[in-house]
Design a protein around this ligand. Structure first.
Ligand SMILES: Nc1nc2c(ncn2[C@@H]2O[C@H](COP(=O)(O)OP(=O)(O)OP(=O)(O)O)[C@@H](O)[C@H]2O)c(=O)[nH]1
Ligand SMILES: [Mg+2]
Length: 258
């Protein structure tokens, strides 16, 4: 009898895994949940991950009818609320606190345009996805699941890297993605562009100079994009003039195309 139960259990677990794999495949093909966009964000500490999310949410909140889902996602709503309220840069994201932020934006008739899913996550935790990290195999299950289910990947890379190995870590992360043959769109965002803008013709040229290995790999992969982001003019950690809109619009355009 026990053997029969065990066989049935195994069978159901296989069927479950099979349906899950099919579901993930259909999602990646855009056949189901075309308007549900899960985006996995990779970026070193202080690479502007939270800042971009904040400016994206603020832009959508101002220009569309949005839903934040307080019933199912109170933690995410709290993050969104703080993004909206804060006048300046968001607070540094605490380690080991991963908050899934999801929000819908709709047209003026209330018709869904997209529902975005992202993680507000500290760079220290993102770094666990670096295959050479010693904690690599201890990545929380929910994050691994989110990574697998994500349709696209955004890589935030600072124009002024703080650590000398940042460019190499990002390069190796991209190589590990290509090695896994993930086939997902990858968007490389050169952040804090205001700090170097005067020295380069455009973000691609700047990215090639600061992240040569990463960009070489991305240019050999046809589903990639290189964009820039800046909040605008910053003085003493304060945003003096918000010039983020044109960068957010480019990011949004990429998101809508994935
Ligand atoms: N000049 C300039 N500074 C920026 C910009 N965006 C972010 N910063 C600075 O970079 C700091 C870090 O930005 P965050 O958005 O918190 O970076 P993060 O990637 O979320 O960092 P962790 O949560 O610690 O991983 C901010 O506090 C600002 O001082 C920008 O567009 N221009
Ligand atoms: Mg952060």
């Amino acid at each position: 009898m026990d053997v029969v139960i065990e066989i049935i259990g195994t069978l159901f677990s296989w069927i479950g895994k099979m349906f899950y794999t099919i579901y993930i495949w259909l999602t990646h093909q855009g056949i189901v949940n075309k308007k549900r966009k899960k985006i996995f964000i990779f970026g070193m500490p202080h690479s502007s991950k939270s800042t971009i999310m904040k400016f994206l949410i603020k832009y959508l909140d101002l220009n569309y009818k949005t839903h934040r889902d307080p019933k199912n996602n109170p933690k995410g709503v709290k993050v969104i609320r703080s993004f909206i309220i804060e006048e300046n840069f968001p607070l540094q994201t605490p380690k080991d606190e991963f908050t899934q932020v999801h929000f819908e934006y709709n047209d003026k008739d209330g018709k869904l345009i997209n529902k975005l899913y992202m993680y507000e996550i500290a760079g220290e935790d993102v770094l666990k996805f670096d295959p050479t990290d010693k904690e690599h195999d201890n990545i929380p299950i929910e994050l691994v699941k989110f990574f697998k289910e994500s349709q696209a990947i955004m890589i935030m890379a600072s124009s002024k890297p703080e650590r000398e190995d940042e460019a190499e870590i990002i390069r190796d992360f991209i190589e590990s993605l290509l090695e896994q043959n993930i086939k997902k769109p990858i968007c490389f965002v050169l952040t804090k562009y205001d700090l170097i803008e005067k020295d380069y013709q455009n973000p691609v040229e700047a990215s090639k100079a600061i992240y040569p290995g990463a960009i070489k790999l991305l240019l050999s992969y046809n589903n990639s994009e290189v964009l820039a982001f800046s909040v605008g003019i910053v003085e003493n950690e304060e945003i003096i003039e918000d010039k983020s809109k044109k960068y957010i619009l480019n990011i949004l355009k990429w998101i809508e195309g994935i």
